[in-house]
Design a protein around this ligand. Sequence first.
Ligand code: GDP
Ligand code: MG
Length: 163
Amino acid sequence: MSNIVAIVGRPNVGKSTLYNRLTESRKAIVDDFSGVTRDRHYGIAEWTHHNFTVIDTGGYVANSEDVFEAAIREQVVIAVEEATAILFVVDVTTGITDLDDEIAVLLRRSKKPVFVVVNKVDNTLQQSDATIFYSLGLGEIYNISSMTGSGTGELLDEVVKTF
Ligand code: GDP
Ligand code: MG
């Protein structure tokens, strides 16, 4: 059984940017446009000789707040069921939103390892802003910049330990 890492979070936090970075130059392995899978992209990643599947969620969700919330909840529930580990992406430039809090409630019930990934930490000044995300109650936080790639190695070192 292959290990699966699911990327969840509300829109615009940088999930797809992180997905693209992790699956760089590797082809998507599944292109299934039925039901909820329409909103999911599957790709292959490799870190320190561990190969794993990465799922990007929420790609094509319609642009309405209600649809967003229901669809995001559904994606989180599926991720908790099928993933080996979950990357919960949040955005240091916006802080914690209501939707982040709702997702955190769902993820705190999960028995699967959850990594709080604070994205858009593009410079060291933002490291201190990121500490607010400890209050999500999901343990350690991992500051990264999906744009530059900074912090992603430290994150993946911990993720592969859960395999
Ligand atoms: P998604 O909706 O969660 O999949 O978010 P996207 O990956 O589409 O990114 C949303 C926006 O955030 C885009 O304009 C990205 O270029 C930007 N973004 C993503 N990662 C970073 C980052 O590390 N730093 C900065 N400054 N912007 C980022
Ligand atoms: Mg996206």
